[in-house]
Design a protein around this ligand. Structure first.
Ligand SMILES: Cc1ncc(COP(=O)(O)O)c(C=O)c1O
Length: 398
């Protein structure tokens, strides 16, 4: 991660193909596009790569989450359970539909604690969203069991974990829906873009229509298409899809590099007393987009994070103090700061967050450091970085 580090002639050729025929929109203009359908081709690649029946490209990962939830009928007043550690997109996508985000603790997998999910279920709960953060996954069997027991929709945000797997199944393909982001910093990038994948034909049809103003996509005359229900515009453009089409074919190459670099750094720090790693559920294989490790306490994690920054070890994040990824710093959420009026249900739920504590999440995120694994490092660079990281951690802990 990120795929842009290795842009090549493959991406250029795909984009030039689109510019040559001049059709930047994914729907219509059949004659003019001379058989070029980049979004359709990328959807077919996604179905093939993730072994699912359906893929719907959209304009972003955030849109993918909204489209997935809407496609399953989640809306006004419905509660959606999500983790305290994620990207702000998770609650944005829920609130956009008028649904209510219910935040619950993470465990040592760094995503949803199944026991915390079960404890948060009410008569209004409609869906559970696991966010496969930083290249790994939640306890999918346990989470599925909770969802099945309570008849809940299970959504998998695999935006940060493309290429990881669980019992042989690709992350994103396990729950009722999988959501991907292809924004600029993801392992596979379109510049901006996202996708919803599913094996459910009804959900797919809904996602297809909802992401394009409710168009039914029947026939060849866009103006004559009917609108079975309300929708929005979450379309991807052909230019973005073209970049993604080149990138998805390179996913195995990117994953190999990630794994090689990840392993060098992991091995270098594994023996340091006090260093432990996130739990990867049995049967799980990380995408290796990030290496996550725990230190004994918040204080040592803060010191190591500072030592990394002061000594040129970039892209290592201590999310406890980060504004994007952890509940502790989402004051705009708990203050329900919105440009437009929010429903009473949403406001009531958000204001409760002001006094809610998440000790279990604080413990894991407070001790965690999450290091991005780049694709462009040379082996010498990775080895030098790994040695330096080991030395800085050892010095801090001794
Ligand atoms: C876990 C997660 N979900 C959703 C998103 C949103 O993706 P996008 O930036 O494409 O809207 C991101 C983006 O960083 C993410 O990390």
């Amino acid at each position: 991660m990120p795929g842009f580090e290795l842009f090549s002639d493959l991406e250029r050729e795909q984009v030039e193909d689109v510019l040559d025929n001049g059709v930047l929109m994914r729907y219509g203009f059949d004659g003019m596009r001379k058989g070029h359908w980049k979004a359709k081709a990328l959807e077919a690649e996604l179905q093939h790569t993730f072994k699912v029946d359906y893929a719907q490209l959209v304009s972003s990962g955030t849109a993918a989450v909204s489209v997935a939830l809407a496609s399953a009928g989640v809306g006004a007043g419905d509660e959606v359970i999500m983790p305290t550690f994620t990207f702000v997109a998770s609650f944005e996508a829920i609130i956009m539909l008028g649904a209510v985000p219910v935040l619950v603790d993470i465990d040592d997998t760094l995503t949803l604690d199944p026991a915390a999910v079960e404890a948060a279920i009410t008569a209004k709960t409609k869906a559970v969203m696991v966010v496969q953060m930083c290249g790994s996954m939640g306890d999918m069997k346990a989470l599925r069991k909770v969802c099945d027991k309570h008849g809940l929709i299970f959504v998998e945000d695999a935006c940060q974990a493309i290429g990881g797997s669980y019992h042989g199944k690709s992350l994103g393909s396990i729950a009722d829906f999988g959501c991907f982001s292809f924004d600029f910093v993801k392992t596979i990038t379109c510049g901006e873009g996202g996708a919803v994948i599913t094996n459910n034909p009804e959900y797919y049809k809904n996602a297809d229509h909802f992401s394009d103003h409710g168009h039914d996509h029947v026939g060849k005359d866009r103006g004559a298409e009917t609108h079975p229900f309300l929708g929005y515009n979450f379309r991807i453009s052909e230019l973005h899809a073209a970049v993604g089409l080149a990138q998805i074919k390179r996913l195995p190459e990117f994953l190999d590099i990630q794994k090689k670099n990840f392993t060098i750094i992991r091995n270098a720090i594994a023996q340091i007393p006090g260093v432990t790693f996130r739990r990867v559920p049995e049967g799980g294989i990380e995408s290796c987009a990030f290496l996550n490790f725990f230190l004994p306490d918040l204080d040592s994690a803060r010191k190591v994070s500072t030592a990394f920054m002061e000594n040129g070890i970039d892209v290592c994040f201590h999310y406890y103090d980060n504004n994007w990824h952890y509940v502790r710093k989402w004051q705009h959420l708990s203050a329900a700061k919105s440009l437009y009026p929010l429903s009473t249900e949403i406001k009531t739920a958000l204001v409760k967050l002001q006094n809610k504590t998440f000790e279990q999440s604080d413990d894991f995120i407070g001790r965690n450091i999450s290091c991005l694994i780049k694709l462009s490092w040379t082996e010498d660079e990775v080895r030098a970085r790994a040695d330096k990281m080991a030395q800085l951690i050892s010095n801090t802990l001794s």
